[in-house]
Design a protein around this ligand. Sequence first.
Ligand code: MTE
Length: 315
Amino acid sequence: MLIKHKKGWQETENSVTDESVYINRRTVMAGAAALGAAAVVPSALAQRDRVLAPLAARPTGYNSNESLTPEAAVTQYNNYYEFGTGKGDPFQNAWQLQPKPWSIVVDGLVDKAGTYALEDLIDFNALEDRIYRLRCVEAWSMVVPWIGVSLASVLKKIEPQSGAKYVRFETLADRAQMPGLRWPVLDWPYTEGLRLDEAMNDLTLLAVGLYGKEIPNQNGAPVRLVVPWKYGFKSIKSIVRITLTDTQPDTSWNISAPREYGFYSNVNPDVDHPRWSQKRERRIGEFGRRETLKFNGYGEMVADLYAGMDLRANY
Ligand code: MTE
């Protein structure tokens, strides 16, 4: 039997490392600027990072007048359990991931099944710049300028069949590149899923970049999902398989703790996590807390998807 350790965001909100303490420790170690100032990536660690090419993207209507979270916080305070359960582990360890070349298996109920090079699925000449909030179930949030294409544009290419109702996603699971796989903290490979209409919603993004550059390994290189109205764990990283199915797929967090992490996981201040409130959140880099918005503030674009559904039962 697998022994699952309670780590990271399975802990109570209060026991999770306070992000300002964490990042200050990092920046002090590196002799860099304090949190909130233009933080500098520690040079010794940066040498292990791959060089991130700039990506050209056209601006879209998905903007925000909120301040962007400092880039160093977005790339150094992460959840990516394949590289460890600590918030700094992905930044430390994800240099081992080799995101190029990358291919994605497309299978299940699609007319165009096959193994695709990333560049054949995503049109790198049609990238969009979209500023989205990401709200973690641990009650912290960020505002990030992502670069990517709508998942819908990719699904149209692979042609879902009429019986397809859900999309299942799978992350790479390679022990040679991902040291965290040695521990059975989750059911590997990490998997996630969306209902097909959620996947086709224009907000749902396949991201290949952030802050004008290719996406760093620790944020899910070379391609990850961003579903801004759902808790962050739905935004699966380093995707290697996309499967269209007629049944609701299992997801890693739902398997691990079904009472705590449901299939839908829409951001909802009215439904508490069994061990902490979801009413408020801390924006990384800010002091104090702000109110959490239903659907993370994207209700106008997504509330219709759930018309008539009991969002307490379907958490
Ligand atoms: N994807 C994989 N494969 N493994 C993970 O551990 N963590 C999720 C999600 N995607 C995770 C993942 C969680 S809990 C969150 S909050 C977001 O990634 C964090 O994204 P970020 O590190 O870019 O902020």
